[in-house]
Design a protein around this ligand. Structure first.
Ligand code: SAM
Length: 329
């Protein structure tokens, strides 16, 4: 098992398949993009699958989420999912994506073994989408969402980040849209993980603000049917249910004490926290021909040293060197 010194057990593996993305969301990266990882440094599909297999067979990983960057940019995504679905015990497999190009691929991904999907959608207004992402792709994202639902990947979850003076007035509109389409919406507080280091606590739209803006239009009640467990989202029933909405207060209502996640970057580094300042290199071991047991041992040690919390609220907090797109959200 992957246990840390505070008694938490990591069972949920987040795998970044690429640091590249076809959007430039303002809370993530600058309009001009970033210096992407050189291709030889990025794990091949076989390497990803080997590490996931070690996680599942030897280290107690039970859920695998593929993310990025934008994971749909990997042509071998379906093959990686299929190989993961063939592992024993079969882990639950999910994907976080911006949805661009998802429509025509959703059925094949589901067939390959994808169980669940989260699609990021921060606005329904084309001009705001352009400003926020520096691309004109709102229609593609909405088509991707529809494609995921049509492929039976339901309930499709939608992730939204609100930014001050950009889309902070859109929470009710987004919720109405998601309810009408049968999607489950979750708002994520903006975290200090942007490559340009532009995050400011004073400008962040907080979970409390999101709650109050939704409460002006909807009646939100505690979701007593669903236990939160290690899930980052606090969920609420909307107008008595069954529709739900989630709020992930990553900064103001941190949930580090219940964290069960561990991350593998596209270049084969283990991170025991989104905000970790150090990483453990599995790629070099992998490529030097190390046996599974040695890789598992380094992975165990990486998780054992996990800190009790992300420390964003400590005066000494330092943002990690890698931005969100290179860690895998
Ligand atoms: N490209 C995919 C997507 O758009 O979902 C997957 C990668 S993206 C990094 C994963 C999630 O992280 C998205 O929902 C995105 O909105 C969120 N995200 C990125 N930067 C963030 C930040 N600074 N604070 C909070 N969430 C962030």
């Amino acid at each position: 098992m992957l246990t840390d010194s505070y008694g938490r057990v990591a069972t949920d593996l987040r795998v970044s398949l690429t640091d590249r993305c076809n959007l430039r969301c303002a809370y993530c990266m600058p309009p001009e993009g970033l210096d992407w990882l050189p291709t030889p440094e990025v794990l091949t599909g076989d390497e990803v699958v080997r590490l996931v297999r070690i996680g599942v067979e030897s280290l107690g990983i039970r859920e695998v989420r593929f993310t990025g960057g934008e994971p749909l940019l990997r042509r071998d995504l379906a093959a990686i999912i299929e190989a993961t679905a063939g592992l024993s015990p079969r882990p639950e497999i999910s994907l976080t994506t911006n949805g661009i190009g998802l429509g025509p691929r959703a059925a094949a991904l589901r067939e390959a073994g994808l169980d669940r999907i989260n699609v990021s959608l921060d606005t329904l207004r084309p001009e705001v989408f352009r400003k926020l992402t520096h691309r004109d792709r709102l229609a593609d994202v909405l088509a991707g969402l529809a494609g995921a639902a049509a492929a039976g990947l339901s309930p499709v979850k939608v992730n939204a980040v609100l930014m001050r003076d950009l889309n902070d007035d859109e929470a009710p509109e987004l919720l109405r849209y998601c309810i009408a389409h049968g999607y489950e919406l979750r708002f994520i507080e903006q975290m200090p993980l942007d490559a340009q280091h532009g995050w400011k606590r004073t400008e962040m739209v907080t979970a409390a603000e999101i709650f109050s803006s939704l409460s002006a239009r909807f009646s939100l009640s505690d979701d007593t049917e669903r236990s939160r467990g290690a899930a980052p989202a606090e969920t609420f029933l909307v107008d008595g249910g069954p529709a739900r909405v989630g709020v992930i207060g990553a900064v103001t209502r941190s949930f580090c004490g219940a964290c069960d996640r561990v991350r593998l970057t596209a270049d084969g580094q283990i991170r025991n926290c989104l905000f970790a300042r150090s990483e453990s290199d599995l790629r070099t071991l992998l490529r030097s021909g190390a046996p599974d047991a040695e890789i598992a041992e380094r992975w165990r040690a990486a998780v054992a040293s996990k800190l009790p919390g992300h420390g964003i609220n400590d005066p000494s907090f330092l943002q990690p060197d890698r931005p969100m797109s290179a860690i895998g959200g």
